[in-house]
Write a protein that binds this ligand. Sequence first.
Ligand code: ACO
Length: 307
Amino acid sequence: MTGRIIGTGACIPTLVWDNNKLAEMVETSDEWIRERTGIARRHIEKERTATEMAIEAAQKAMESCAELKAEEIGAIIVCSIAQEEVLPSVSCQVQAAIGAENAFCFDLKAACSGFVFAYNTCLAYMNMGLIKNALIIGVEKLSTITDWTDRSSCILFGDGAGAAVINACEEEGAMMMKCDGSRGEVLTCPAGSTLLMNGQEVFKFAVRSVPEAINEVLAKKMLAKEDVDYYILHQANRRIVESVAKRLGEPIEKFPMNLEEYGNTSSASIPLLLDELYRSGKLPKGSRLIMAGFGAGLSWGASYVTV
Ligand code: ACO
């Protein structure tokens, strides 16, 4: 059994900080940031809470598949590393807001791998016959945990929320997830503090582990690369995406990107990209996608998903 995307939604902050704005805050330049990362702008949320953003993305996703009633959602999983409240969970608040009274709900923290881990978790429940439909949301307010005086990291991050409604379908699925807790120091955020990152180590880890993860999923699914329509990668850095494409021997056109507009939005980046593609008609029914997430933990994972 695998998951089929039947609806998507997003919540995008209206406040935009371009690279020139950051150059007023730290010693950097538009040229340096674009060249090293591919990022031109990021959206910053100053007013709404992460919960409010998650609810907006969820409502839009539910509206986009109006044939599905909220009571038919069996699970709601919200991934986030930057939410304000400890309790109640964001997912329970989403449940109340959309009236998904039959869903079980929990929040999942797997940083930039969050959306893929949440999707894989839903697939496991689907394969056990526990649920037929799930709502998965990635929401981040990374601006609240970014050190805006550290030029090596603050240029990367942005805020946003994306959601997808997933329906169980009979087609055989394939997934993988891995972690290496012994390398946790590469990317940390102590409680009440800001993100600390060894950029070069993250870079090396990503370009090695993501192609391996994708190849593992392709092999499990017995799917030829030519039959993949798009690879939906966590949007960390253009050079990481380009390097993964090269290592896989696949054309860069099969790796859509929106990091120029949003920067790195951690667990929100994959659903934001899915929403953009889905709404622009680039994901017709039957599209075959491989998603891959990677980040703090260290953690990484990939999965097959259809439309
Ligand atoms: N503007 C201008 N100069 C800068 C900036 C900046 N914003 N940041 C660093 N520099 C300088 C450094 O001080 C250094 O100067 P020096 O040579 O005089 O010492 C020089 O630029 C090169 O610095 P590096 O850190 O080697 O630059 P690099 O090419 O590695 O790029 C970057 C840094 C963009 C962070 C890169 O390592 C990267 O993208 N890594 C991936 C990290 C990532 O994506 N993290 C996201 C979070 S984790 C996740 O989502 C999975």
